[in-house]
Write a protein that binds this ligand. Structure first.
Ligand code: SIN
Length: 483
């Protein structure tokens, strides 16, 4: 059972206009390790959803008038409270999402880093003075908050994805209505309670759980909401984007990936294996930037595969994330396990072979697996696996590797390992991806722009660019200077 030092963090209600509100309809939150019940939380109806949007609009009128420094100070206070409660927040993630405690703690620090970053960036929303075309005029540009923002976040990073959206919105002077995943709402609610304790004013942050289709429709149809920020699947992202057309809302979409991880024959094989372990098995393979396809140049394929199998065997311990030594928690639910199984079975039918598979198979645990003899055409290489299955595709030369890597609608993250500086330039420029890791399997941090191209979405989160989507540029022209 959850044993929190600060039990006030375990909330079960909707958070609307600064109040915790219960509702008659509830859902059960379960532990993905054994499907045991952790809590029940309230779900909103249409009226509560629309009330939250209206309250966010009212709060926007005063929040936008806070000075950048006041907003920054409040975000900073929130950041400090999150770090002070990080062990409890990590425990909540482990119980409702499944990732091991050490990784959950990493997520808390990662999420908090966006709040710290945007507390700093809030003070840097600079405008411009532009040379006018004639001497009688002066031209200025100011940046203003876009308005009420709707945020829809996934279950794989129940804390960090919400922090990554709320922090820039608040820094810019926007208010938010958020819908965390119904599978992992407790992390969002705990984070919200800390924002309340930090003194973030009433109505600035509103949190709704409920029927995803209903809430999505209300958000998209609302004229009050000026921007939608969504992290999740490409299919749902397309649906939401289409629903936003009528109100011409600004959208930020962080959607699915199909990351290639290319190992060239001149790579340092040990560091490539280390990078791959971090990229492939993070969160049991359930991240959008996880390696999906491992492309290895033929002359080193055998040795690379052996080193990978050795690393998987010796480093990964599958089990309940709260148990010491566990590195690889369960998948989010049984449906997720079935989907990974389907992809693996399809690949086996089409000629792939299992080179290694852990023996643990219990509940929603999926055994870390290494598959070779995979071809780029197989379903498993075309879809996001979202599980701890490494698939190896061999290639002959750089051009072929690039063709395979780019032959997908996705364009989120790509990785490659080489020691040739000329190849570093050639390949990083040729990869059709929003983010490229070279000799590095972990690339996400608050200082860098996170986002994809093609059908992996639009917009960037984090970095100095992360505020742009929450701001409007207003051009102001003053005439008659000389009269
Ligand atoms: C994601 O999987 O959507 C986010 C991963 C990250 O921030 O690194």
């Amino acid at each position: 059972m959850l044993q929190l030092n600060n039990p006030s963090l375990l909330k079960k209600s909707l958070f609307i206009n600064g109040k915790w509100l219960k509702s008659k309809i509830t859902t059960t939150v379960t532990n993905p390790f054994d499907n045991s019940t952790i809590s029940t939380v309230s779900l909103c109806d249409k009226k509560q959803c629309n009330d939250a949007i209206t309250y966010a609009q009212t709060a926007f009128k005063s929040w936008r008038e806070f000075t950048a420094k006041q907003r920054s100070n409040l975000l900073y206070k929130w950041y400090e409270l999150i770090l002070a409660n990080k062990k409890d927040l990590a425990q909540i993630i482990t119980y409702e999402q499944g990732k091991p405690l050490a990784e959950a703690l990493g997520e808390i620090v990662y999420g908090a880093s966006y709040i710290q970053w945007f507390a700093e960036q809030a003070k840097r929303i600079d405008g411009d003075i532009i040379p006018p075309p004639n001497s009688d005029q002066r031209i200025a540009c100011i940046k203003q908050p876009i308005g009420v923002v709707a945020c829809i976040t996934p279950w794989n990073f129940p804390n960090a994805m919400l922090a990554r959206k709320i922090a820039p919105a608040l820094a810019a002077g926007c208010t938010v209505v958020c819908k965390p995943s119904e599978l992992t709402p407790l992390s969002a609610l705990a984070l919200t309670e800390l924002s309340r304790q930090a003194g973030i004013p009433t109505g600035v942050i509103n949190i709704l759980m409920g029927d995803a289709a209903m809430i999505g429709k209300q958000f998209c149809a609302s004229k009050i909401i000026k921007k939608l920020s969504f992290t999740g699947s490409t299919a749902v992202g397309k649906l939401l984007a289409a629903q936003c057309v009528d109100t011409l809302k600004r959208i930020t979409m962080e959607l699915g990936g199909n990351a290639p991880f290319i190992v060239f024959e001149d790579a340092n094989i040990d560091s490539a294996v280390e990078g791959l372990m971090a990229s492939k098995y993070r969160n049991s393979g359930q991240t959008c930037v996880c390696t999906n396809r491992i492309l290895v140049q033929k002359p080193i394929a055998k040795i690379f595969k052996q080193k990978l199998i050795d690393a998987v065997k010796s480093q990964l311990v599958v089990g309940f994330g709260a148990n010491k030594d566990v590195t690889t928690g369960p998948l989010i639910n049984q449906q997720a396990c079935l989907k990974v199984d389907e992809l693996v079975n399809d690949a086996l039918k089409k000629g792939a072979q299992i080179d290694y598979q852990d023996t643990t198979r219990e509940g929603n645990l999926y055994p870390p697996t290494v598959l070779s003899n995979v071809s780029a055409q197989m379903e498993i290489a075309q879809q996001e696996i979202f599980g701890p299955v490494a698939i190896i595709i061999e290639f002959d030369n750089e051009q072929q590797a690039l063709e395979i890597a780019n032959n997908t609608d996705a364009g989120l993250a790509a990785y490659f390992f080489t020691q040739d500086y000329r190849r570093i330039y050639r390949v990083s420029e040729a990869l059709e991806y929003g983010m490229v890791g070279i000799n590095s399997g972990i690339i996400s941090n608050e200082m860098a722009p996170f986002g994809g191209v093609k059908q992996s979405g639009m917009g960037r989160e984090g970095s100095k660019y992360g505020l742009d989507d929450y701001l409007e540029i207003k051009y102001i022209c003053l005439g008659g200077i000389n009269s």
